[in-house]
Design a protein around this ligand. Structure first.
Ligand SMILES: O=C([O-])CC(=O)C(=O)O
Ligand SMILES: [Mg+2]
Length: 223
């Protein structure tokens, strides 16, 4: 029986890899724009890697108390290649929940990245690794391993709800969460925005002008 506070849900419905891979060339800012400028994690969730990082994959969610990462270790064993482990540690500031051993194990298992609203440690090693890691700062103080928490329930990370199987995308700006039921629409609309923005940049350089109808309309209204 699943007991609230210690649920471990093994079955995750994942979107097809071909659909998830189509998010690779997309910028998080444009993805967030098509979701009403919502569903971007707040600025506290920062890349711990070198600039140029890109994270794309399917969410496995973990909820833990802010000092205890035992459930993260359970989730590492359950995750499949291409999964991203997204951890809700209640935004704790006191203990690092992820370190380099966890990251090496994740890489060896083909896990696509880790996102947590807690600090990490072993940050120099993680910075040099090819595993994208997003976190809320760093501290040498390590986690306890006592065991409570949930895997694959709905969590909140960086003020955004995350469900197992949602598409997670990260770049140098931060992380966005695409609800799995909206993935195709978000993909199509983001591709359109990217084309529009490329056309705007070309026009700016070609003409020296930036035609912003919305601004004219706004000035009109406030007159
Ligand atoms: O002790 C832990 O679980 C975190 C850590 O430092 C590591 O994974 O290297
Ligand atoms: Mg360590």
């Amino acid at each position: 029986m699943n007991v609230l506070g210690s649920n471990i849900i093994k079955d995750v419905e994942r979107l097809p890899k071909e659909l998830i891979n189509k998010f690779v060339p997309l910028a998080t800012a444009n993805i967030s724009d098509v979701m009403g400028r919502f569903r971007a994690m707040d600025f506290t969730i920062q890349s711990m890697n070198k600039p140029g990082v890109h994270l794309v994959g399917s969410a496995i969610t973990v909820r833990i108390h802010p000092t205890d990462n035992a459930m993260v270790h359970r989730a590492l064993d359950m995750a499949q290649p291409g999964d991203i482990i997204v951890i809700d540690a209640f935004g704790g500031r006191e203990n690092a929940i992820v370190g380099e051993l966890i990251c090496h194990y994740a890489m060896a298992r083909g896990i696509a990245g880790i996102v947590t609203n807690s600090p990490i440690r072993d940050s120099l090693a993680i910075r040099e690794m090819d595993l994208p890691v997003y976190a809320r700062g760093k501290t040498p103080r390590g986690p306890l391993k006592e065991g409570s928490g949930e895997i694959n329930t709905t969590i909140s990370c960086g003020t955004v709800p995350v469900n197992p199987g949602d598409i997670i995308v990260g770049d140098d700006d931060g992380v966005v969460v695409v609800p799995k039921q909206d993935a195709l629409t978000v993909l199509e609309q983001t591709l359109l925005i990217q084309q529009e923005e490329s056309a705007i940049i070309k026009e700016i350089y070609a003409t020296g002008e930036w035609n912003r109808k919305w601004l004219n309309n706004l000035l009109h209204k406030t007159k």
